[in-house]
Design a protein around this ligand. Sequence first.
Ligand SMILES: Cc1cc2nc3c(=O)[nH]c(=O)nc-3n(C[C@H](O)[C@H](O)[C@H](O)COP(=O)(O)OP(=O)(O)OC[C@H]3O[C@@H](n4cnc5c(N)ncnc54)[C@H](O)[C@@H]3O)c2cc1C
Length: 479
Amino acid sequence: MYAKNAGRPCVQNYDLVVIGSGPAGEKGAAQAAYFGERVALIECGDILGGACVNTGTIPSKILRESALYFSGIHQRGLYTAWTIRCAKGLTVKNFMHRKDVVVATEREKLAKNLAAHGIELVRGLASFEDAATISVKTSRGENLTLRADAVLIATGSVPHRAPEIPFDDEVIFDSDSILKMGSIPRSLAVVGGGVIGCEYASIFTALGVEVSLVDGRDRLLPFLDAEISACLRERLADLGVRFFFGERTTQIERVQEKVRITLQSGQTLETEAALFAAGRRGAVDKLSLEKAGVALNKRGYIEVNENYRTAAPRLYAAGDVIGFPALASTSMEQGRVAACHAFGFQYKQRLASMLPMGIYTIPEISAVGESEETCTEKGIEYAVGRARYPNNTRGQIVGDLTGLLKLIFAKSDRRLLGVQIIGESATELIHLGMMALESNMALDAFIEFVFNYPTLSEMYKYAAYDGLGNLSGHKLREG
Ligand SMILES: Cc1cc2nc3c(=O)[nH]c(=O)nc-3n(C[C@H](O)[C@H](O)[C@H](O)COP(=O)(O)OP(=O)(O)OC[C@H]3O[C@@H](n4cnc5c(N)ncnc54)[C@H](O)[C@@H]3O)c2cc1C
């Protein structure tokens, strides 16, 4: 493709050059190529798919499924003759097996998608010469030059490795290297109670690992509705997680085969492994952004407008490299919006206003719209309707005896304001609430709908009844 001309590589011209093959890059590239633009995608890693396919979203979700399977956690208490399948003796090879299979399939799917769209894949490290010219250093040491009418930067993020933490990827891990652990430890300290920390804490505790979770704040995932966050804490405590809230680490050392962590309070934890899940930062180091006229904001991310355009007019950025919310779900859409804007497609001009949040802890959580706390902060008069999984027939059948679906709605006109769910299939169930929010629906609509029976979705109807009951003061007797 890059014919050499008197020892100098040809410059190739494209309508769009995309840097990075994660969800933002793949979907942005496919969107432009679908409508006939000539697209090249540059990827510096040996494998396609970025953090989403290889180290983040997909591996952690498969490990969650593997943990549920090997621990038999869903069946606990459901079948009297059931002896809990204990994960003791489980090898990393067995635990990781399905992850390896699914990740390989996802990489293949991605390569096929690029090929199907006629996107040219360029393997190598990209950096800017100017806003329209990109050099690529290939693994074979060749230098290529690509010139583009528009560029989409989708280089993602990398785990933040604080210098005071002696990462060795043997017993002290970050969220990337944990996937390479040599054996399943008997005990694990998780430092950082954000989404990634909570997800891994619940996966390992389900496997029977003694998990200690250290966080500087006083509750889990403070951006969640407080009732849901408290439910999560209770469930994780039931599974065996020990919490160290309001704590910071002051010293982290490897002592022979163990990790010793000293906390600000003076307590020490000694565990067989430690996972530091304390944030990520934009992957911008190698890009020479200054040559393209793109500056970073105070948090180290690329600043964009609502069309994902940077300060340079034909230069776009999407995904983790622009910071919050840094999810695969939003990254894909941002990439598509950027491509649509760059080429003036009359389609997908903005990111949807309602963004669902999915947290794959055990149990899983999902939320969209307002929480009780955000309503209070905004001075919105609201009421709440709840439906509990154990009161739902499907909830009983699948054995979720603790889950909760919560509808938050306006007191004045019963318009739905937010949905908060903790329990089985929460991340699937949320979409019905999201559609209702997007359509400005009032609670009454759930009462009118006929739901399949038995389903978890039916909880929307009973939460609506509960909400109307709370509003009118007409409550059924308990028990
Ligand atoms: C443990 C974990 C769990 C997660 N779970 C979820 C979840 O359940 N749901 C969800 O929606 N999100 C989840 N996320 C977040 C999600 O993985 C990211 O938001 C998403 O991968 C970001 O996509 P991206 O395209 O911006 O970047 P990435 O997926 O990081 O891809 C960036 C790509 O760019 C390449 N690159 C970087 N620099 C260069 C360069 N100079 N030249 C060429 N190529 C370059 C990289 O090699 C990489 O392949 C999770 C993340 C982690 C870490």
